[in-house]
Write a protein of this length. Structure first.
Length: 206
């Protein structure tokens, strides 16, 4: 059975959503990043980069969430178009997510919430960039129902991870009607709800 080492993080929930959407059974292995368990020697043996999620499939270990989404899509033949242009549009969004959206959101949240000292220039820089990216997605979704085109794909799952945790960088979907419509449709999917329930269920009570 597939094992997923994860916590209630934007990147972790992506993998669980994909597994639920694809109907693949998996065992969820909690890694409490709040307590630093991702730095434990046993975990670093799986991922020397010390980050969740990690997927283990019959001895095959995969550590990057975007790569994991592609692996699962190709394993099942689901949520990734077969024709070249459709695949390219999905990969375009995955690369945009990895190089743009995720760093902007993560850094905006860090400098607002976790920086040892106030860094107003850095906070403003990443917040402005994150807002710009939200605008780009809202414009794209004015023209099509999903981020990579007419069909729901792993690209939607990738973007949803950070939209689910949009409060961390202090952002909002207000005044983004197309992005809000897309988010509500995503959040209403049974597989998405099941994935969120499972990943939130591994967070210890405060």
């Amino acid at each position: 059975m597939i094992e997923v080492y994860a916590f209630a993080t934007p990147n972790s929930v992506k993998v669980l959503i994909a597994l639920e959407e694809m109907g693949l059974p998996y065992e969820l292995k909690p890694v409490n990043v709040r307590k630093g368990e991702q730095k434990a020697e046993t975990f670093l043996a799986l991922n020397p980069n010390g980050k969740v999620p990690v997927l283990v499939d019959d001895g095959f270990v995969l550590t990057e969430s975007a790569a994991t989404l592609v692996y699962l899509a190709e394993k099942t033949g689901k949520l990734l178009p077969q024709e070249a242009i459709g695949r390219a549009r999905v990969f375009e969004q995955l690369f945009f997510h990895a190089s743009g959206l995720s760093p902007a959101f993560g850094n905006a949240g860090f400098f607002k919430r976790s920086s040892p000292e106030p860094q107003p220039i850095a906070e403003a820089r990443f917040t402005i960039e994150a807002e710009r990216i939200l605008g780009l997605l809202d414009d794209k979704l004015a023209l099509q129902p999903f981020v990579a085109g007419q069909e729901f794909t792993i690209a939607d799952i990738a973007h949803f991870g950070w939209m689910w945790r949009i409060q961390f960088p202090g952002l909002t979907l207000e005044d983004r009607p197309n992005l809000s419509r897309w988010y509500e449709a995503m959040a209403a999917r049974p597989a998405v709800q099941q994935a969120i329930t499972r990943v939130e269920g591994i967070v210890p009570a405060a």
